[in-house]
Design a protein around this ligand. Structure first.
Ligand code: UGA
Length: 431
């Protein structure tokens, strides 16, 4: 089977790689000629461990190719995956502009039966819209099926997740489409759930919203742990041993970021509102997340008096390790509030870079942890990169001007840090 993947961002590139690994011939299509040119040479335009090597392998073997030629790509491939972006509109709803453009192009260019599958995270009911957009754009009424097949990849772990899925969700009323998709994935040993497109679309939002709920739940408990001298890391391990709860997504910190959880939680709340349902639990999840970064800056302000003219180091910019993605990164919110209060900032991240925005112009970007910590009055740990996890804090005591450590990812042991002479504050693990 020959497959076309439209959109070569993080989801599209990973999806194309997976199908090439599974032995199918895959074409990646994008409107961005520069991106396609780079991908054709095996160069990835974002940081995702292990992905570039696999893409390069499949380009060399002829299993995978990249193009900007829409007409040819749509006509040569019978199974088409839509992997374009669905950014948030100002009201929090998903912007389906790119999905619509692609659906209309498929409708205009198709030359026979096509199975059109959506990987992008789209609101419930989008599959029906896609089918109507394709139909309306068709000059000749060729048959087609539209299906939903949401992805569950984590950035930074996309290769691992994509090659070891824990489930495959196929949303389609068509037996032909379901069988084609099952055949595509036949080498994977995991449950395959065939359901309606609406249910498949809902499963994706419900999964992300549930994981976000776990994070806000533990983050809010962490605030109480601080008051009660209880260690939230031990609480998370203790409750996580119950298989009904599970240990994952219970790391307290400065909140969740990225291109998925914030966007998907608010889109689901909005969908509910449009249907006169209040998702009060998720509204709280969002509120807790929006205040989690200031929980740590408040602690720092209490200690330092004011941030004005204090030299403060920020270690970690990416919204999580193993990615250069800074979308909705909690570090940015911390940086902005410190800059608003006229702190002097130094920043270290091994991969991610600040946006080219004038508001960050005064931040001194450092190539090494030690450079960022030089003469600092305080440090915020914002991302759990290995280079930040493994800092030799006994050495850094001489490097910093004052030993104030605000640990936004609960990386360090409070007793050890205090024994080294630091003033140490984390999110619920200060004992
Ligand atoms: C998330 C989901 O985990 C994927 O299953 C999903 O496919 C993806 O969204 C998507 O919809 O495309 P991702 O956003 O890449 O993946 O990253 P996560 O590993 O889920 O982390 C999200 C945020 O939560 C990060 O800021 C991370 O630091 C934070 N987090 C995660 C915590 O604060 N505590 C935790 O215990 C876990």
């Amino acid at each position: 089977m020959n497959l076309l993947v439209i959109g070569t961002g993080y989801v599209g590139s990973t999806t194309a790689m997976v199908f090439a690994e599974l032995g199918w011939k895959v074409t990646g299509l994008d409107v961005d000629a520069h991106k396609i040119n780079q991908l054709g040479q095996g160069i990835l335009h974002f940081y995702e461990p292990g992905l570039e090597e696999l893409i390069r392998k499949h380009i060399q073997s002829g299993q995978m190719k990249f193009t900007t030629d829409k007409d040819k790509a749509i006509q040569e491939n019978d199974i088409i995956f839509i992997c374009v972006g669905t950014p948030s509109l100002p009201d929090g709803s998903a912007d389906l502009r790119f999905v619509k453009e692609v659906a209309e192009e498929i409708g205009q260019k198709m030359n026979g039966y096509k199975l059109v599958v959506t990987k992008s995270t789209v609101p419930v009911g989008t599959q029906e819209l896609i089918a109507s957009w394709i139909k309306a754009a068709q000059e000749q009424q060729y048959p087609f099926d539209a299906a939903s097949n949401p992805e569950f990849l984590r950035e930074g772990k996309a290769v691992e997740d994509a090659l070891n899925p824990d489930r495959i969700i196929i949303g389609t009323p068509s037996e032909r489409a379901a069988n084609q998709l099952k055949a595509l994935y036949h080498s994977f040993i995991c449950p395959v759930v065939v359901t309606s497109p609406r249910t498949a679309e809902f499963i994706k939002y419900a999964s992300n919203a549930f994981l976000a709920t776990k994070i806000s739940y533990i983050n809010e408990l962490a605030r109480l742990c601080d008051k009660l001298n209880v260690n939230v890391k031990e609480v998370a391990s203790g409750i996580g041993l119950d298989p009904r709860i599970g240990p994952s997504f219970l790391q307290a910190g400065i909140g969740y970021g990225g291109s998925c959880f914030p966007k998907d939680v608010s889109a689901l709340i909005l969908t509910a509102k449009h249907n006169n349902i209040e998702l009060s639990v998720l509204e709280k999840v969002m509120q807790v997340n929006q205040t989690q970064h200031s929980y740590l800056t408040d602690k720092a302000r209490e200690r330092l008096g004011s941030f004005s003219d204090k030299k403060i180091a920020i270690l970690g910019l990416a919204f999580k390790p193993d990615t250069d993605d800074i979308r909705e990164a909690p570090s940015l919110r911390i940086i902005e509030s410190l800059l608003d209060e006229r702190a002097q900032l130094t920043l270290y991240d091994p991969v991610a870079v600040l946006p080219n925005d004038v508001k960050y112009a005064s931040v001194a970007v450092c190539m090494e942890v030690e450079e960022a910590l030089q003469d600092a009055d305080a440090v915020f740990l914002c991302t759990e990169w290995p280079t930040i996890r493994s800092i030799d804090w006994s050495k850094m005591k001489q490097v910093m001007a004052r030993g104030n450590v605000f640990d936004g990812r609960n990386l360090l042991n409070a007793q050890h840090m205090k024994a080294l002479g630091y003033y140490y504050q984390s999110i619920g693990s200060n004992d």
